[in-house]
Design a protein around this ligand. Structure first.
Ligand code: NAD
Length: 270
């Protein structure tokens, strides 16, 4: 059975942990060559090792990049094209949730700016260089390779729902990702470039668990979750795989929720 990303090249940001790491492993298991990009390159390299041990038919490379710097993103995309000759999937997934991000009164401007730089500008730049690369993709229909590609931007359920446990900069940055993604999807639809937002619910990854560092804080969230549990990174990776592959060939501009029903909840079961 050919893999769902056979012959394709995928770049994943934030690939050293959580959703990015699980997605990199899953994409490789489905036949993709993967560029694992992270500011923590040691963790990205561990991901490369895992892929190299497990999947003999694909190749993975790690790259150090701060997605908050345009030159770093450009260099990562250039590396993908240099190593593998094309870019089919761009997963703009890296993001931060700053511990000092709070409400309108207490959030300092430097926290706001840092959050926007990484979570929103970083996604813009990821889209920009992916679009430029995807336009140049050599087509080979015998291998299922096309001009264009799939861009997936990680937003969040907080872009859709208000929370009385505020992280104003984070929420605003993710709302920006949703709006920007929709517009990019419209602009580039006729070039064969699909652009979708992935909206995870609250997950058991370091990003959220470091933030919810007491049982009280965790319970404050769990009561609102229809399934009574946090999600797992692999459950998001499986949705990213669908959006990355040609199985989602008629899906673009979506706010793709993978949130255990949270965004449809009023009263949850107890
Ligand atoms: P994680 O903390 O497990 O992984 C994030 C990775 O991004 C880390 O490896 C980190 O080193 C990397 N990173 C951080 N800043 C970077 C930068 N400037 N440049 C490059 N890499 C950088 O987090 P996760 O839960 O897997 O989160 C991934 C994405 O999912 C984020 O965009 C996050 O906002 C979003 N998200 C997470 C949750 C959740 O509950 N965990 C919910 C909704 C959305």
């Amino acid at each position: 059975m050919p893999g769902r990303l056979e012959h394709k090249v995928a770049l994943v940001t934030g690939a050293g942990s959580g959703i990015g790491l699980e997605s990199s492993l899953l994409f490789a298991s489905e036949g993709a060559n993967v560029i694992l990009v992270d500011i923590n390159v040691a963790n990205a390299e561990k991901g490369v090792e895992l892929i190299t041990q497990r999947y003999k038919n694909v190749r993975a490379v790690a790259a150090k990049a701060d997605v908050g710097k345009e030159a770093d993103i450009k260099a990562s995309v250039d590396l993908a094209v240099k190593e593998f000759g094309r870019l089919d999937v761009m997963f703009n997934n890296a993001g931060i949730m700053h511990p000092e991000d709070d409400n309108a009164l207490n959030t300092e401007e430097r926290i706001w700016d840092l959050t926007m730089q990484i979570n929103l500008k970083g996604v813009w730049w990821g889209c920009k260089y992916a679009i430029l690369a995807m336009r140049q993709n050599p087509a080979d229909e015998s291998k299922g390779l096309h001009i264009g590609g799939s861009i997936i931007n990680t937003a969040s359920f907080v872009a859709q729902l208000g929370a009385a446990t505020p992280q104003l900069a984070y929420t605003a940055s993710k709302g920006g990702v949703l709006a920007m993604t929709r517009e990019l999807a419209m602009v580039h639809a006729r070039e064969g470039i699909r652009v979708n937002s992935l909206c995870p619910g609250p997950l058991k990854t370091p990003l959220l668990m470091d933030f919810l560092n007491t049982e009280e804080k965790r319970q404050r969230r769990l009561v609102h979750l229809p399934m009574g549990r946090f999600g797992e990174a692999i459950e998001i990776a499986k949705a990213a795989l669908f959006l990355a592959s040609d199985e989602s060939s008629y899906v673009t501009g979506a706010d793709f929720n993978v949130d255990g029903g949270l965004s449809k909840a009023y009263v949850t079961a107890v």
